[in-house]
Write a protein of this length. Structure first.
Length: 250
């Protein structure tokens, strides 16, 4: 090994992934994460040093600062809504690659509505059922345990990762976005995936290195041995962030 190669090997930084959520053996997504991390390392050579950050700890200033990616996982209601929103805001404002799935999707929209759109009073019905103005409400038909088609807008980050304009994905949720979506669009959030009835299922933030949120749970795809393209893309973005490069789309 030459001196140059040796120095590069010694200074290579392992990407650090913040897993934000209240870890539980009863949440399928949480138990799937170790399998995905192993598969990413073995199949794709994408090695991540992952740390669980409980929602209450995420409320501390800078809790996810210094990580190379943030993944807000399902498992709502979180013990601390404020902690989850703080982690999302840090990732959004500081250009840290971000993925939110299920509850992470819902709270990514909530954070954007409050902090970017000025909709300070909007609420999540699961967290605050007595609120006057909901952004996230119970779905007309619960998607818990279901698979459903998602139509993906061409020319979007989601489409570049998944590689098609239609996919079938697994859900385990009962809440989704309802009102104020035009306001979120007007302030720059892009809704890049919808179900067959036009309901929002994917959101992304153009101009951010990697900011994607899905109401479905890509971590539950298959048996965990072949990570979903969205999960693989987050891992790649984390590795590139650790190396000081701007994440690429594919």
């Amino acid at each position: 090994m030459t001196n140059t190669v040796a120095r590069k090997a010694m200074t290579t930084k392992t990407a650090r992934l913040a897993l934000v959520g209240d870890r539980s053996p009863n949440v399928a997504s949480h138990t799937r994460v170790p399998l995905l991390l192993d598969a990413l390392a073995e199949r794709d050579r994408l090695v991540l040093d992952a740390y669980w950050i409980p929602s209450q700890d995420a409320a501390a200033d800078g809790a996810v600062r210094g990580f190379d990616a943030v993944w807000v996982l399902p498992g709502s209601p979180y013990r601390s809504e404020a902690g989850v929103l703080s982690a999302i805001r840090t990732a959004r404002e500081e250009g840290i690659p971000f993925l939110g799935t299920c509850g992470g999707f819902q709270h990514a929209l909530l954070e954007y509505a409050r902090q970017v759109c000025g909709l300070n009073r909007v609420a999540h019905a699961e967290n605050d059922p007595d609120a006057d103005d909901f952004l996230i409400e119970p779905l007309a038909c619960s998607l818990a345990g279901h698979e459903a088609a998602v139509r993906i807008e061409p020319g979007t980050l989601a489409q570049s990762l998944i590689g098609s304009e239609r996919t079938v994905e697994r859900y385990f949720c009962a809440y989704g976005p309802s009102r104020h979506l035009d306001t979120l669009r007007a302030h720059g959030l892009r809704f890049s995936g919808h179900d067959e009835d036009g309901h929002v299922r994917i959101a992304e933030l153009p101009g951010h290195p990697f900011f994607l949120a899905t109401l479905f749970q890509p971590e539950l795809s298959g048996d965990g041995s072949r990570p979903h393209p969205v999960v693989r893309a987050l891992a790649r973005a984390a590795v590139e962030h650790a190396a000081g490069r701007v994440p690429t789309r594919a």
